[in-house]
Write a protein that binds this ligand. Structure first.
Ligand code: IDP
Ligand code: MG
Length: 139
């Protein structure tokens, strides 16, 4: 089951830029089904915990500040090969390196403000989905 699911966030720059609808439409058009979704605003404690694996990286403070700068949309997505296929759809972390047609190529502003999150492995998808959603919020 978990191998067919991934977790995403439309980040503050995507919401602020008015791109949420277009990004969701692209995601759905590529065959991902929405299993859970919410519009929310991360607290500093939540952003720090969500990105705890990056705590020692030089950009951690900047990342937490950015991810708490405005609301986000969090969602669990389902599709065969969800994690890998969604990473392919979002493109490289830095939009300057992202392939044509990817969400980050289309909508990201920079390596930091890069429009969208996608889980990097099945275990991350499981952890990140459970971080944002209770079992009775997943359909
Ligand atoms: P990913 O989102 O493509 O998996 P990660 O390396 O896991 O990339 O980094 C998590 C997030 O941290 C990125 O999506 C981006 O928002 C931010 N980030 C990564 N590298 C940098 C950087 O060099 N400067 C500023 N922010 C960064
Ligand atoms: Mg990552």
């Amino acid at each position: 089951m978990a191998t067919n699911r991934t977790f995403t966030m439309l980040k503050p720059d995507a919401i602020e830029g008015g791109n949420a609808g277009k990004i969701l439409d692209l995601i759905i058009s590529k065959g991902f089904k929405i299993k859970a979704m919410k519009f929310t605003h991360l607290s500093e404690a939540q952003a720090k915990e969500f990105y705890i694996e990056h705590a020692e990286r030089p950009f951690y403070g900047e990342l937490v500040e950015y991810m708490t700068s405005g609301p986000i949309i969090a969602a669990i997505l389902e599709k065969d090969n969800a994690v890998a296929d969604f990473r392919a759809l979002i493109g490289a972390t830095d939009p300057a390196e992202a392939a044509d047609g990817t969400i980050r190529k289309l909508y990201a502003e920079s390596k930091g403000r890069n429009a969208v999150h996608g889980s990097d492995a099945d275990a991350s998808a499981e952890r990140e989905g459970a971080f944002h959603f209770a079992p009775n919020e997943i359909f």
